[in-house]
Every structure is written in structure tokens, then in C-alpha cells.
Design a protein around this ligand. Structure first.
Ligand SMILES: [Zn+2]
Length: 168
């Protein structure tokens, strides 16, 4: 069993309460592009949301339930999967701009724990843990060039392997 990391819940008004389609089969990682993302995401005018936001100090806020659709990746596709990517993915927003600065260690540790939990919980293949820039390459550049894909995926895989024998 992979433990779900601690988080707080602040409900976003920008969501579809229940998913269309067959369920969760991908995790899409974003940067928020700003240091003040939560008020923006909770304002209904903006019609943007992630399931989870991770701030620089590692705090996780869930703003849309996993069974709902957050509005983070309305264009593009992943391996020609039918449907709008929002319908089959969990969206995670990392506070900051990954084309300007590296993400903090606390942020990456929180992300690794959260993604390991989601992959375990919903049987998401690791090659479907991707960035917004991979789903929508003509329009999007996040989470950006400083996102450490190799080390991140290795650490998620390590957490999943450890769970075969113990709680992590
Ligand atoms: Zn994005």
C-alpha cells in the first residue's frame, strides 16, 4: 500500500463533478507559471483547475476530487487516447515556472509521493505520467526544461517497488 500524502482540500468551482469516459489512465504535470496560483484557481471566472497543487514548501492542496474532471489539459492527446485529456487524467500543478527555476526539493518529494500513490491506486502505467508539454506540444511548455524527468520517474518507481514488502 502506498500512503496518500497529507493534503488539505479547497474546492475549486471549475470542474465537472463526474468524469466522462472510462476512468483515470494518466497523470499530467504542469507548472502554475506564478507564485500565487491558488486564488486564481479558486476564482470561478478563470475556469482553470488542477486536482492537486503543490507549493514550493511541499504543501499539497487538492482542489478537485479524483473522480471529477479538472480543467487543465483541454487540448491535445496522449498516445492517441480517445477523448479530451481532462476526461482520463489527474492534473497536478507545481507552483512556479519550470522554464525559469528548478522546483524545490520539498516540492519534488511531495510530487513523488503523490504520483506514486496515484499510479498505485489507479494502475496508471509510468509512461502515462507526463507533462502538459507532451500532451499539447504545439501550445504548451510546462512543466518546463528544469523538470527532472529521469530522476523523478526513477524515484516514483523506487517507491512503488518498496511497497511490495512494506508501507512507504
Ligand atoms: Zn499546463
Amino acid at each position: 500500500m502506498v500512503r496518500k500524502p497529507d493534503f488539505v482540500f479547497l474546492e475549486s468551482p471549475s470542474k465537472r463533478k463526474l468524469r466522462r469516459g472510462p476512468g483515470i489512465s494518466a497523470v499530467i504535470i504542469h507548472h502554475t507559471g506564478s507564485d500565487n496560483a491558488l486564488p486564481f484557481l479558486l476564482d470561478p471566472v478563470n475556469q482553470v483547475s488542477y486536482h492537486y497543487v503543490i507549493e514550493k514548501d511541499g504543501r499539497i492542496t487538492q482542489t478537485v476530487e479524483d473522480e471529477g474532471e479538472a480543467w487543465h489539459s483541454g487540448h491535445g492527446t496522449l498516445f492517441d487516447t480517445p477523448g479530451n485529456p481532462n476526461s482520463y487524467s489527474i492534473g497536478i500543478g507545481l507552483q512556479g515556472d519550470g522554464n525559469k527555476d528548478a522546483f524545490s526539493l520539498l516540492q519534488m518529494l511531495a510530487l513523488e509521493q503523490l504520483v506514486a500513490y496515484l499510479v498505485f491506486m489507479y494502475s496508471v502505467p509510468l509512461n502515462r505520467v507526463v507533462g502538459h508539454q507532451h500532451v499539447d506540444p504545439n501550445r504548451k511548455v510546462d512543466p518546463g526544461r528544469f523538470f527532472p524527468w529521469h530522476g523523478f520517474l526513477m524515484n516514483v518507481a523506487k517507491r512503488l517497488l518498496l511497497t511490495q514488502n512494506e508501507d512507504v
